[in-house]
Design a protein around this ligand. Structure first.
Ligand code: UD1
Ligand code: UDP
Length: 387
């Protein structure tokens, strides 16, 4: 087997969590063959959006942190490209590994592909078919800059084929002759691995929040379409508050800083009402193990997060998706996730449906066998062996 240098690019919270699955698999199975360098763009920087994950998930600290921080899309992405390019020129890696669909993903894809370093994209092929989402543009451009593309679901694999990617391509793989794979989801690897560890914190954590199993609903909101339009954010939160009071159930809201900033800036009165409401607990972002506990023990999940949608499935919880479309379409087809957008009537209808009925849902294994990171790393090594 060859010995390769791999640059692992992270920036936003979910990418740090995803990178932990890859880092763990390298440590466990490939430490003699893969040297990993972690580059953090600094897109997320608050302790609870970044550092907490490095500590808790035992990923080594990034060798580089570009400290880019928050800015408009153009400035943020261009600072990342500049920083990543300098690191690539210095480190001369064999390949660059990217996750998902954030500006950090796009910056890594552009910097690496233009310097002719092979890009490996994990979570390739996901599409919302809504190009007004910044993430949709990031996904498409990253996929089309990649050499190895790992699609986590059948739907994602099919999307790649319909965009012209060919599964039958044979080595040597390049950006012009890319290879696509249907794999599972590395986040499922993580859930299986960390759920047991989370259990040890369970009693203290849930008691600390005065939460009882099955007696609360977990809510996360961070999409620009929901946080940056105050009418939309107001509609969603007022509807959820009314439902919580009516059904006498607690809503736990570990909110992204973006949502808190919008509330404080534009919806001060509502923010006060929510903080004073006995049925609502707005809390700072939690660690991944704490999030697992919140997901595993809740009655239902309401979210606009991609990752949290999937985790609702891993923990067999029904999920209201505060979006009009989703990349994780198998969840909707399964009937266990409902697309409700920000429509108060739809939110109400589906919330009550999930609360009042016990439909005995099935949660099929859509996301692999928990060994996806290992599979991906093996395929990466094979690419270099064949060269
Ligand atoms: C980004 C990704 C989104 C992903 C999400 C995961 C893009 C375009 N979007 O969205 O796909 O789902 O991360 O969480 O890349 N902020 C802080 N502290 C932080 C980070 C952000 O206060 O540590 C605030 C800033 O006001 C910032 C805002 O959140 O302007 C948005 O942050 P940004 O990274 O631009 O986008 P996210 O909404 O986090
Ligand atoms: N998450 C977390 N703490 C939180 C909120 C989310 O650890 O307070 C985890 C969640 O379990 C999932 C990931 O972060 O694994 C999802 O990130 P986010 O919702 O920010 O982004 P998305 O998945 O939508 O890109």
């Amino acid at each position: 087997m060859p010995n390769i240098k791999l640059i692992n690019i992270v920036g936003a919270r979910p990418q740090i969590i995803k990178a932990s699955a890859i880092s763990r698999a390298i440590r466990k199975h490939f430490s003699n063959q893969i040297t990993e360098i972690i580059v953090h763009t600094g897109q997320h920087y608050d302790k609870e959006m970044s550092e907490v994950f490095f500590d808790e998930l035992e990923i080594h600290k990034p060798q580089y942190n570009l400290g880019v921080g928050s800015a408009g899309h153009g400035r943020q992405t261009s600072l990342m490209i500049t920083g990543i390019e300098e690191i690539l020129i210095k480190e001369k890696p064999d390949c660059v590994l990217l996750y998902g669909d954030t500006n950090s993903t796009l910056a890594g894809a552009l910097a690496a592909s233009k310097l002719h370093y092979p890009v490996i994209h994990i979570e390739a092929g996901l599409r919302s078919f809504n190009k007004s989402m910044p993430e949709e543009l990031n996904r498409i451009m990253s996929d089309h800059s990649s050499t190895l593309l790992f699609a986590p679901t059948n739907a994602a694999f099919k999307n790649l084929m319909s965009e012209g990617f060919r599964p039958e391509n044979s080595p040597p793989y390049t950006i012009s002759n890319p290879k696509i794979y249907l794999t599972g989801d590395i986040m499922y690897d993580n859930t299986l691995f960390f759920a047991g560890l989370a259990e040890k914190k369970k009693d203290k954590f849930l008691e600390g929040l005065s939460l009882i199993r099955n007696n609360y609903v977990l809510v996360t909101i961070h999409r620009d379409t929901n946080t940056d339009d105050i009418t939309v954010l107001n509609k969603i939160l007022v509807t959820l508050k009314t439902l919580a009071e009516e059904k006498d159930i607690i809503l736990v809201m570990p909110f992204h800083p973006r949502t808190i900033i919008s509330l404080k800036t534009w919806l001060g009165k509502l923010y006060e009402d929510l903080k004073n409401c006995a049925h609502i607990k707005i809390i700072p972002p939690v660690s991944f193990l704490e999030m697992i506990l919140l997901e595993k023990n809740c009655r239902m999940i309401v979210t606009d997060s991609g990752g949290v949608q999937k985790e609702s499935h891993f923990f067999k919880k029904p999920c209201l998706v505060l979006r009009k479309e989703t990349e994780w379409i198998e969840l909707v087809n399964n009937g266990t996730a409902k697309l409700v957008g920000s429509d108060p009537d739809l939110i109400r209808k589906e919330f009550l449906n999930f609360m009042d009925s016990d439909p005995g849902f099935e949660y099929p294994a859509f996301y692999g066998n928990g060994k996806t990171a290992e599979f991906i790393l093996n395929e990466i090594l094979l690419m270099f062996e064949k060269e």
